[in-house]
Design a protein around this ligand. Structure first.
Ligand code: SF4
Ligand code: MSK
Length: 657
């Protein structure tokens, strides 16, 4: 019996595997529906034409969205906004009031409360990424043992390269190599050897710097657990020490958990190669059964792709009156499929409700992370069914089909069948599919980039040294309804390519720029003269899609390889990071491991630290003395571009370029 059934009271399905708690469609108050208000609101909220079209419909129909809920939350609590509230123990909750000399009941200062809250966020993000990585490595182990027969080895070369890196024997059968590698990867979560194998990818100088500072991660889980220990009441009171642990835990994510997620996914499903696809809400199809794949982990979605290709499923769709089955991606599960399979992408974080409100979506399949808990309420306004699949991520109102690597293909077939059978329930009069998908070139894994450059990244380094490319910026992270959707990503990318800085992107930032046409080769015309010429000669866009949230590790690997080729530390490269519209604790971990690795980061949204001038100073100034990188906070992407350009030019001058 599941917990939902034990709790009782709610309506449930007779099929325990399809248990569903009935939820209602949530409508916005009538004033939001007033048609004359809609155009201005839409302009405030979004940039992409396909999003604006569907958002207008959503508002006119009064279907509640994330933007409406943000408005209802106003004004936000000033204590929480500045990081000055603490709920860590039953003596509280506490707030630091008046002047910053006041203390919580236990005696905690503003610096302590703010830094502990931030460490909590970093460890939450690091845990989410790393747990995802663990599940992929577990799938590799089961596949190697023949216990998950629908999974195989998609990239044998990468398997062998990683096996050598981990010191795993490569002479035996491929299954044995994969099994030993998966075990070695899983061992790193709780390793007592005191270091992580892939952290050795960093340049020697960067490793020495981190070792001297005591910031090299000792294991993946240990750093997260230690961080959670440190945020308990009465463990430590020095904000500097607490923030240092944040850097170490995030490095365990970037060079450990997330990197395992990326590499094990490549071994299982193939390393992304450069390919064409299409993006935005226009990728949904009128005459097909539409299924969206949302979340982060490719383990299930790869099986859904296989299931949807079965002839029996196509026949079932035709019998239901459709021409076929159309899979579309959302958020980072979408990015994974886009990079490896060319599955078109319907949108990013703030578009997840809009995919449903097109009225053309039969099923939304979710794994975990960045899934709005209210999606079943949105679905209840239409015929869409939301299918949840992870025991970690059950959502009231979602149909639950539990998935593990052993049963994923069978479960995927059931999900596709549910979608097909739901097609006749679509109400054509309520359907709005924008008619303008945008083309995008995607799939720039480091391996694909290296191959495109003739087998080495040296030509890229040479272009940077010659100044034809001034430097590189990784624009990453989410949407946040506090910022007009995609404005930060697109504006920053355009401003930087104009200054001859090449852009690498992941996550929702990548989707934003793909929708804006910046991932087409002819976007070279928007770049500065020298970068434009480089792009034209290589046939690549000036903004490169490098994958999902965990794939920020591809950016780390790219930077490490360039630094190794140049014989410098990572912090000496003319590169930087940016997260113009971040919302997620995972983004806090990503920003921290970029900075910990020596790559300074510009944030477009202020973290909840304004209550402690000391914490602000440490992150925006003092860190630079230790790890030679720091954070900036600049909400205006045009100003952020100027800051990043100056930073890159300073790094070039320091290298004598
Ligand atoms: Fe208050 Fe201290 Fe408990 Fe936080 S840990 S709630 S500041 S007493
Ligand atoms: S999905 S973490 S909103 S990038 Fe990876 Fe997008 Fe941020 Fe989620």
């Amino acid at each position: 019996m599941t917990i939902a059934r034990m709790a009782g009271g709610d309506e449930v399905s007779e099929d325990p595997e399809l248990e569903i708690i009935t939820v209602e469609c949530i409508r916005t108050p009538p004033e939001h529906m007033s048609p004359d208000k809609v155009p201005a609101k839409v302009e405030e909220r979004a940039m992409d034409p396909s999003v604006k079209e569907v958002l207008s419909k959503t508002m006119l129909e009064g279907v509640e969205t994330v933007w409406d809920r943000l408005e209802k939350q106003q004004p936000h609590c000033k204590f929480c906004e500045s990081g000055l509230s603490c709920q860590r123990c039953a003596m509280g909750p506490c707030r630091i009031m008046g002047e910053t000399k006041s203390r919580g009941v236990c005696g905690a200062t503003a610096d302590l409360i703010v830094s502990r809250n931030l460490l909590d966020q970093i460890s939450t993000g690091a845990a989410a990424h790393s747990d995802h990585g663990r599940e992929v490595a577990e799938t590799l182990l089961l596949a190697a043992r023949g216990e998950a027969p629908m999974y195989g080895i998609g990239d044998k070369d990468k398997l062998m390269t990683l096996a050598k890196e981990y010191g795993v024997g490569t002479d035996g059968p491929i299954e044995k190599v994969a099994e030993d590698l998966a075990l070695a990867m899983l061992e790193e979560y709780g390793t007592i050897k005191g270091e992580l194998a892939m952290a050795r990818r960093m340049p020697k100088g960067t490793i020495e710097m981190l070792e001297e500072l005591g910031l090299m991660p000792r294991s993946i889980d240990r750093e997260i657990v230690e961080a959670m220990h440190m945020v308990h009441m009465g463990v430590g009171a020095d904000y500097r020490n607490i923030l240092s642990q944040g850097v170490r835990a995030s490095l365990g994510d970037g060079w450990g958990g997330s990197m395992i997620g990326t590499e094990a996914s490549d071994i299982l499903f193939g390393t992304p190669q450069i390919r064409n696809s299409r993006v935005n809400l226009g990728v949904l199809k009128h005459d097909h059964v539409n299924i969206s794949l949302h979340g982060h982990n490719p383990v299930l979605s790869e099986m859904v792709v296989k299931a949807a290709e079965l002839p029996e499923m196509k026949q079932r769709a035709e019998a239901a009156g459709a021409k076929g089955i159309n899979l579309v991606g959302l958020c980072c599960t979408g990015n994974e499929l886009l990079m490896r399979k060319g599955v078109p992408q319907a949108g990013n974080h703030l578009s997840q409700e809009l995919v449903i409100t097109t009225g053309a979506l039969e099923v939304m399949i979710v794994d975990y992370q960045c899934i709005f808990p209210s999606l079943p309420n949105t679905a209840a306004c239409f015929h869409t069914k939301v299918i949840t699949t992870s025991p970690k991520a059950r959502i009231p109102g979602g149909h639950y089909l539990e998935v593990n690597p052993e049963n994923a293909f069978e479960q995927a077939k059931k999900m596709v069948a549910i979608a097909v059978d739901n097609y006749p329930n679509r109400v054509p009069e309520r359907v709005l599919i924008p008619n303008r998908p945008v083309d995008a070139v995607v799939g720039f894994s480091v391996e694909a980039l290296r191959a495109a450059l003739g087998g080495t990244l040296k030509p890229l380094l040479d272009l940077i040294l010659e100044g034809k490319i001034r430097g590189a910026v990784g624009i990453v992270g989410c949407n946040n309804p506090k910022i007009k959707q995609d404005y930060g990503h697109i504006t920053l990318a355009k401003e930087l390519i104009r200054r001859n800085i090449i852009i690498v992107e992941t996550g929702c930032a990548a989707i934003a720029c793909a929708e804006a046409g910046l991932m087409q080769p002819d976007a070279a015309d928007l770049a500065g003269k020298s970068l434009g010429n480089v792009c034209r000669s290589l046939g690549i866009p000036p903004v490169l899609h490098m994958g999902s949230c965990v794939d920020n590790t591809r950016i780390l690997v790219l930077a490490a390889e360039l630094a190794n080729l140049a014989g410098v530390r990572m912090d000496q490269l003319p590169v930087a990071g940016a997260a113009p519209e971040w919302y997620s604790p995972k983004a806090v971990s990503i920003g921290s491991y970029f900075v910990g690795s020596g790559i300074s980061v510009a944030l477009g949204v202020m973290p909840k630290i304004s209550g402690s001038p000391n914490v602000i100073k440490m992150l925006t100034e003092d860190l630079e003395k230790a790890v030679k990188a720091k954070f900036w906070v600049e909400p205006d992407p045009k100003k952020a571009a100027a800051i990043l350009f100056d930073h890159i030019e300073t790094k070039r001058a320091d290298l004598g370029l």
